[in-house]
Design a protein around this ligand. Structure first.
Ligand code: KIV
Ligand code: ZN
Length: 518
């Protein structure tokens, strides 16, 4: 049995872009719009056309380019806004107009300085005016959740009478509780004349961390559309997050009885793209897409996970395009997890060897909080006879400049061939210069796909942590480096990711050689 289909209305490029520091160049908006279409959202709100000529042009270009998703033209209940939104979206194969005006008394008194009758007339007139150009009209009484029932019903009834086809009830300031928000939809549908003839939409902000819960409550009380943003980006604490609500619906489909058309396998790449372009790092514990969402450090959890992923994960990260579950090595890790990681380096330790490494590892974890891959490789080199990590970074020098190209030189030992060489490289930044010279040493066609940098403490002598993801032969490898010198941390992280890739490859070759041709 398949559930009712919920319309995913993405407003990352409009409400999301209103987040402080998140503004985009037009070409970045276009890139994100393409990705949203690939993700399979139903509606894209590409911006606020009247707000600037660049914004108008971006909305126009996106309207011309997007063929699958419907485009929403956003406008205040004012003629200039409506005209601008109508023109900007004219070439979209499918479009709607999204009109809004405040309805709460506090907004009327202090922001608009208008009476209820005045805003009612604005709403009515602008819906009627827009209806000449577009049939599908979405109307939002802004701050609906702080508007009394009586005036809210009056306004919704008036715009339905003029031809609004979708009623969006925004929790503009993230004030509502799930039960109240759900009840509001129930009441409007039941008590407003014409309320049973239109579709309903939820638009929730996250000031109390309830945006997803409130949107789900709205769905349970008749909303068939949710307005969302990638990574939950938006004003203040943001909007309902696309990835969270989509995965809640998918994971609990049986309980909720609804579904979406989002292609979940593109969730992670979309989240990364938006995070980068909007200059918006994600909290480690952000559901679905945060760094820790599928990482496990406790020994008990790691043990369960290695036996059966479902013991401690309710979703398979691979379904959202998230690189495999990561075991994080730290003082809570157990032997099973350590053995698993060491296997990723191509080594199969005998129990006695593992005992030795495990006690050294615990001492290291107690002393230094985080155990980087680089540190673990050193430990294996020192503790296990015959273990060699493929490469060792012996020395790194970088010359940086504000005017000229950055220059790096790296001395690397190829342990498998017992050869030391020094490589040099240049780049627009020090990281590019370093990676350029290190890639010369690693003879595999490795792609540097991702990098995250964090300060692990405060002050100018803080340790920096770098996590680098590389891709080789369709598989991602992630290495972590920690040092007071952040560039050295990046180099170590890259080196350990490469060591994992090379080791995994050498092991596969060895296994094939041992078992003969398939
Ligand atoms: O939060 C809000 O009220 C809005 C509306 C204008 C839809 O973004
Ligand atoms: Zn909003």
């Amino acid at each position: 049995m398949t559930g009712k289909r919920i319309t995913i209305f993405d407003t990352t490029l409009r409400d999301g872009e209103q987040a402080p520091g998140a503004s985009l160049y037009p070409h970045e908006k276009i890139r994100i719009a393409k990705q949203l279409e690939r993700l399979g959202v139903d509606v894209i709100e590409p911006g606020f056309p009247i707000s600037s000529p660049g914004e108008f042009a971006a909305v126009q270009q996106i309207s011309r380019m997007v063929s699958e998703a419907e485009i929403s033209g956003f406008a205040r209940a004012m003629k200039e806004d409506v005209d601008s939104a109508i023109r900007a979206t004219a070439d979209a194969p499918r479009r709607r107009l999204h009109l809004f005006v405040s309805s709460s008394q506090i907004h009327l008194d202090f922001q608009l300085r208008k009476t209820q009758q005045e805003v009612l007339s604005m709403a009515r007139e602008m819906v009627a005016y827009a209806k000449q150009f577009v049939d599908k009209i979405e109307f939002s009484p802004m701050d609906a959740t702080r508007t009394g029932d009586e005036f809210l019903f009056e306004m919704v009834e008036a715009v339905i009478a003029e031809g609004a086809t979708i009623i969006n009830l925004p929790d503009t300031v993230g004030y509502a509780l799930p039960e109240e928000y759900g009840a509001m939809f129930e009441k409007v549908r039941r008590f407003v004349r014409g309320g049973d003839k239109v579709a309903y939409s939820a638009h929730c902000h996250n000031d109390l961390g309830l945006a997803v819960a409130n949107s789900l409550a709205a769905i349970q009380h008749g909303a068939t559309q949710v307005e969302v943003t990638i990574n939950g980006i938006g004003e203040r604490t943001g909007n309902c997050s696309l990835e969270e609500i989509v995965m809640a619906i998918a994971t609990r489909e049986g309980a909720l009885g609804v579904q979406t058309g989002v292609h979940k396998e593109h969730i992670y790449e979309t989240s990364r793209l938006v995070s980068r372009m909007m200059n918006f790092p994600l909290a480690h514990n952000k559901p679905i897409v945060g760094r820790n969402a599928f990482q496990h450090e406790s020994g008990i959890h790691q043990d369960g996970l290695l036996k059966n992923r479902n013991t401690y994960e309710i979703m398979d990260p691979a379904n959202m395009g998230i690189p495999r579950s990561m075991i994080v090595l730290g003082k809570h890790s157990g032997r099973h997890a350590l053995k698993h990681r060491i296997r990723q380096y191509g080594a199969d330790l005998a129990e006695a060897q593992l005992d030795d490494v495990y006690s050294e590892f615990k001492a290291l974890a107690d002393a230094s909080k985080h155990v980087s891959d680089e540190a673990l490789l050193h430990l294996l080199d020192d503790t296990v006879d015959g273990f060699i990590s493929p490469y060792t970074l012996i020395d790194l020098q970088v010359i940086t400049s504000s005017e000229r190209a950055r220059v790096a030189s790296a001395t690397i030992r190829n342990n498998l061939e017992n050869r030391i060489a020094t490589y040099s490289g240049t780049g627009e930044g020090p990281v590019e210069a370093v990676i350029q010279c290190m890639k010369q040493a690693i003879e595999l066609p490795i792609a540097f796909t991702d990098m995250e940098l964090h300060s692990l403490s405060s002050g100018e002598r803080a340790n920096g942590e770098a996590a680098v993801t590389i891709s080789y032969d369709g598989v991602d490898y992630r290495g972590v480096g920690i040092d007071e010198d952040i560039i050295l941390a990046v180099a170590q992280a890259f080196m350990s990711a490469c060591n994992q890739a090379v080791s995994a490859n050498v092991r596969v070759e060895t296994d094939r050689a041992a078992t003969g041709p398939a």
